[in-house]
Design a protein around this ligand. Structure first.
Ligand code: HEM
Ligand SMILES: *[C@@H]1O[C@H](CO)[C@@H](O)[C@H](O)[C@H]1NC(C)=O
Ligand SMILES: *[C@@H]1O[C@H](CO)[C@@H](O)[C@H](O)[C@H]1NC(C)=O
Ligand SMILES: *[C@@H]1O[C@H](CO)[C@@H](O)[C@H](O)[C@H]1NC(C)=O
Ligand SMILES: *[C@@H]1O[C@H](CO)[C@@H](O)[C@H](O)[C@H]1NC(C)=O
Ligand SMILES: *[C@@H]1O[C@H](CO)[C@@H](O)[C@H](O)[C@H]1NC(C)=O
Ligand SMILES: *[C@@H]1O[C@H](CO)[C@@H](O)[C@H](O)[C@H]1NC(C)=O
Length: 526
């Protein structure tokens, strides 16, 4: 008690200086000349807290996009040291291969003790990591690993078959509650979790057979316990995203909010995530050291193509395994949930898609990649879903180099946080007419596709673009083709809405569906 009373004034003075006096002073001093840019909100030039608040509303990328439109401002000051761009021409300047910008401080603040491929800022260090891993991510390798994805797909379909209901009567659009036997987002995330662990670590978790996400977690001291894989990853992403926008006070705010039971619970649920990664990594490393020869991503962290060992530090291995299984599951699950929801809501596009897929499948339950990879409408549906609501909608923060950088024809001073959201890019009506409408056909004309592609950035672009793009398309293509070929789907009701919260990725809530087998005309599935 006495300590609390003594520390309060100290905290008070700290808060006053850090949050009030210095920022206001710097706002008027304006050493970088950022005051000439339109504010996102009244206080954006003084503090990042308006942005933290915007984040708490749940969909900051969309809010930012709307603000750019409302103020007709291609550049918005969204924080004291932070500019958001709202013109697609900025994409190349900020993210393109020749950009002088690096990943922003945010990545080092949220990263672990060993920078991983995702959060490392230093360019040479990133190149070294990227080179090691990209050998494994080459499309040729991926096609050799199709069987891993196909096997995991078959396991999901086996679980779905068991949960099928009778067909929904044609005149009914609101299935009874007890007929909504599947939370699609839950199951498709279990699928992407299994898929990435099989691909990366030759590890079969068994969550698709269990139907829940309970797996083994392991502390550094070797003791193990059971933890919820999905929940831990999800809550970890949620907790990290909440206060990170205020870099300076991130750690303080996190600790401070632990006085609320809600935040203690969230942090408690998030904690096992690092232990899940640790268990998966150490288990695979032991197999390697016991001489097991396995064919997966992990091998590319151990040795080069000639079989010469890299002898990396354990922390580095742990970091990069964590990066791959962290980045490689929920994103693809979000994409698949969203495309299925959109197709259920647009029966005319679902029909067109089935007319394309049904004739090429010949009794196969899992669609062979070779047969579906070049189906243009299938790809159009996947791309249009990732366009309209990018799974990673956010403005990925970059930092201008100390000497500054040219962005959108303007000289932006050094050490400034800059970004443009994929959401704003994908909703620019000059690139994508009627941007709020789900229109897969816009991708069907090759010349149009070519025109739009530079501004289609769900996987970001340039040297820090997604390394898992091809893997994600492999999973999405096989899964969506297999699902729409085999099943019929219904949402809870026409008014039902998917819940979203934008952390780093656009986290989504449950998607309860009713699912039943299609009556096959002509082609009979086994
Ligand atoms: C629909 C699915 C996916 C989406 C929308 C997506 C999106 C992205 C985006 C936007 C970035 C850039 C992040 C940044 O600049 O901070 C990124 C990077 C990355 N992604 Fe993905 N991703 C997907 C699937 C995957 C998969 C399946 C894997 C792994 C197998 C993966 C692994 C990575 C890695 C390792 C990076 C960091 C690359 C680097 O900095 O060199 N992603 N992803
Ligand atoms: C930004 O907000 C401040 C108040 O915090 C206001 O004085 C200023 O005019 C605004 N600047 C612009 C360019 O909107
Ligand atoms: C579907 O709902 C109907 C009516 O509520 C019920 O009779 C039937 O048992 C349900 N079927 C399944 C598979 O849940
Ligand atoms: C600036 O905004 C971007 C994206 O909108 C965000 O990721 C970043 O953390 C912000 N930086 C600061 C210093 O607030
Ligand atoms: C860049 O800005 C951040 C605060 O936004 C500061 O902590 C850092 O020291 C600056 N670095 C340089 C090189 O100016
Ligand atoms: C994906 O595959 C294509 C070839 O189809 C290749 O050009 C590209 O570099 C691959 N992308 C990644 C991120 O590995
Ligand atoms: C993930 O977090 C979001 C935002 O709090 C929430 O809506 C969603 O239900 C969570 N999902 C899981 C599996 O915990």
């Amino acid at each position: 008690m006495a300590i609390a009373i003594l520390t309060l004034p100290v905290i008070g003075i700290y808060v006053a200086i850090i949050w009030l006096i210095l920022p206001v002073f710097n706002y008027f001093r304006d050493p970088k000349g950022l005051r000439k840019y339109r504010n996102l909100s009244l206080l954006s030039g003084v503090t990042d807290l308006p942005y933290v608040y915007l984040n708490s509303l749940g969909f900051r990328s969309k809010s930012i996009t709307e603000a750019h439109q409302k103020f007709n401002a291609p550049i918005l000051r969204i924080g004291p040291n932070n500019l958001s761009f709202g013109d697609v021409k900025a994409i190349r300047d900020i993210y393109g291969h020749s950009t002088p910008c690096l990943k922003d401080l945010k990545y080092s603040i949220t990263g672990g003790p060993h920078p991983n491929i995702f959060d490392v800022v230093d360019k040479p260090k990133h190149s070294e990591k990227r080179k090691r891993l990209s050998a494994a991510f080459a499309i040729k390798n991926l096609v050799d690993w199709e069987f891993k994805v196909a096997d995991t797909t078959a396991r999901l379909l086996a679980a779905f078959d068991k949960r099928c209901t009778d067909p929904l009567p044609a005149d009914c659009s609101t299935p009874a509650k007890d007929n909504l036997t599947i939370d699609f987002n839950h199951w498709i995330n279990l699928f992407t979790i299994e898929a990435i662990n099989v691909l990366a670590l030759s590890s079969r978790l068994g969550v698709l057979e269990q139907g829940d996400d309970l797996v083994t977690a392991q502390r550094m001291d070797g003791t193990t316990y059971k933890a919820h894989y999905r929940r831990a990853q999800n809550q970890s992403a949620f907790a990290t995203s909440y206060f990170i926008w205020d870099y300076q006070n991130f750690h303080v705010l996190r600790l401070l909010f632990n006085i609320f039971p809600k935040w203690r619970r969230i942090h408690g649920e998030a904690n096992p995530w690092k232990d899940v990664i640790y268990h998966q990594t150490i288990t695979r490393l032991n197999r390697h050291q016991n001489g097991e020869k396995l064919d997966d991503f992990f091998v590319s962290l151990m040795e080069n193509k000639a079989g010469e060992p890299y002898n990396l530090e354990f922390g580095e291995i742990l970091g990069d395994v964590g990066a791959v299984i962290d980045a490689g599951a929920d994103t693809t699950a979000i994409a698949l949930t969203q495309v299925l929801e959109l197709l259920i809501r647009h029966p005319e596009h679902m029909r067109t898609l089935r007319e394309e897929i049904d004739p090429v499948l010949d009794g196969e339950v899992v669609a062979p990649f070779e047969k579906v990879r070049n189906l243009p409408f299938l790809r159009a549906c996947l791309d249009e879903a990732m366009r309209i609501i990018p799974p990673t909608s956010a403005g990925l923060p970059r930092r201008t180099p100390p000497e500054g950088a040219m962005i959108l024809g303007q000289w932006i001073p050094g050490n400034t946080s800059v970004s443009m959201t994929a959401y704003a890019t994908h909703h620019d009506p000059t690139v994508f007419p009627n941007p709020d409408q789900f229109q897969p056909h816009r991708w069907m004309d090759p010349a149009e596709r070519k025109r739009m592609e530079p501004y289609f950035i769900p996987f970001s672009t340039g040297g820090r673009g997604c390394i898992g793009r091809n893997i994600s398309y492999l999973e999405q293509t096989i899964m969506l083709a297999s699902l729409v070929h085999r099943y019929e789907f219904a949402l809870p009701s026409p008014e039902w809405k998917l819940k979203r919260f934008e952390a780093f990725n656009l986290l989504i809530g449950e998607m309860p569906i009713r699912l039943w087998r299609r009556r096959q005309t002509g082609h009979v599935a086994a």
